[in-house]
Design a protein around this ligand. Structure first.
Ligand SMILES: [Ca+2]
Length: 443
């Protein structure tokens, strides 16, 4: 098929009411990948879909109404779940921002990823940005561009400054728009959303004075709920625009989060940034928070809407994770997938037309928060803490079907199973000079 160039690259025109001043209030920061098909699609009977991928920042597993949240209002995302497929065991590729995005965009798990932890780019500037992806990295955006897609990203990036090899325009994005100085975690929601949440909520703990980092807030519980509701409202704006432009039926919409809810800090009344995660049951009773490979750090909401392909109002408990999106989007678009991908095409799960079979267990080699390892194979999860300490933690083993909160370590009962999973951790990986792991590298 001859390459052609799209004349209308954007489903949302630049004159759209994008409300940059309101977007700047999002600490639950949306990273949006919007991809529109080219004219090439006119030559085939069934045009490949547009893709809108929305990645929330630090949104916990239990923070949407469709995932059991009872206090925070998320009507648009709840409607998205009613219109699509909801994953109850979807995992981010890493427990913090940058490496999670690396696994998402490159389709490689953390044992193969270039970026295995957050890390300063080292360019010496006041806002140095994160360590850049290499020029040779193969991203889903580059791959879709090679299939004549127009590509764009909006919001948080985290894979290198714009003038580095990792800049979004050097990694396959035609356009990238960051409409604010990244607030990341600070609570800065619109006042009208704060006003809609009860004053009573914040009587127990009172104002947050910034003692656990980021900005103070006079009503932190209301402020946090307002942030998520504001995110939800923005998602609603995007979905409405798809409807208004007649793009709904041929657009694959994916919503998920880069890691779990922020973790505790020095003041036990609040988590980092002033979040009261226990008040909201933010990770729905799972163990751990952002930064941990326990379920609360990596199990995230994931919703997919694809009219005519995905049956509305359905759920799946089949495990999946960020590296799966690369092969899935290749399958959906007809783009040629690169050879070395760690994930699996989720199309059989999305369309329920065939059995889904994972070709190898899911792997995490996370170099933050003490360095942690994890391997998930169906219901089984092996996990090890403090891998780089002088006294690394023991391998633990959990059956997530029976024990989703990871309270009952079964390592002693199933030594052969544990050995199989830990062998995968040691072998399904490549050494990385920026993420040394003596435990494995020296063997
Ligand atoms: Ca994050």
């Amino acid at each position: 098929m001859p390459r052609s160039h799209p004349t209308q690259p954007w489903p949302v025109p630049p004159t759209a009411p994008y409300h940059p001043h309101r977007t700047s209030g999002l600490a639950i920061t949306s990273f949006i990948l919007a991809l529109a098909t080219s004219l090439c699609s006119l030559l085939s009977a069934a045009p490949p879909p547009n893709i809108v991928f929305i990645l929330a920042d630090d949104l916990g597993y239990g923070e949407l109404g469709s995932y059991g949240q009872e206090k925070i209002k998320t009507p648009h995302l709840d409607q998205l779940a009613r219109d699509g497929l909801r994953f109850t065991r979807h995992y981010t590729g890493a427990a913090v921002c940058a490496p999670a995005r690396c696994t998402l965009l490159t389709g490689r798990h953390l044992g193969h990823a270039e970026i295995r932890n957050n890390g300063d780019s080292g360019n010496g500037r006041p806002f140095p940005g994160q360590w850049p992806l290499s020029a040779g990295a193969i991203t889903i955006a580059k791959t879709l561009k090679s299939a004549d897609y127009a590509t764009g990203g909006f919001g948080k990036w985290g894979l290198g400054p714009s003038d580095s090899t990792g800049g979004p325009n050097n990694q396959g994005f035609d356009r990238f728009y960051l409409p604010f100085v990244e607030p990341h975690l600070s609570m800065q929601p619109p006042q009208d959303w704060i006003n809609r949440y009860p004053e009573d909520w914040d009587k127990d703990n009172g104002p947050y004075r910034g003692q656990n980092g980021y900005l103070p807030h006079p009503r932190p519980r209301a402020g946090y709920a307002a942030m998520i509701s504001d995110l939800d409202e923005h998602v609603g704006t995007i979905l409405k625009r798809l409807d208004d432009l007649g793009l709904r039926n041929n657009t694959l919409v994916i919503f998920t989060s880069d890691n779990g809810t922020t973790h505790p800090g020095n003041d036990p009344k609040f988590h980092i940034g002033g979040v009261d995660a226990p008040f909201f049951n933010s990770v729905a009773g799972l163990r751990g928070w952002k930064g941990a490979l326990y379920e609360g750090g990596i199990r995230v909401p994931a919703i997919v809407r694809w009219p005519g392909k995905v049956k509305p109002g359905t759920t799946t408990d089949t495990p999946s994770y960020f590296p799966d999106w690369f092969p899935t989007l290749c399958q959906a678009t007809g783009a040629k997938a690169p050879a070395a991908l760690d994930g699996d095409d989720l199309t059989p799960l999305l369309t329920a037309t065939a059995d889904f079979k994972r070709h190898k267990p899911m792997v995490w080699e996370f170099h933050g928060y003490g360095t942690q390892l994890a391997v998930i194979d169906g219901p089984w999860k092996a996990i090890r803490q403090n891998v780089k300490s002088k006294t690394p933690g023991p391998w633990e083993l959990y059956n997530l079907s029976e024990d989703p909160a990871e309270t009952n370590d079964l390592a002693a009962q199933h030594p052969d199973l544990l050995q199989r999973l830990t062998n995968i951790s040691a072998t399904d990986r490549t050494p990385n000079p920026r993420a040394k792991l003596p435990l494995y590298d020296n063997k």
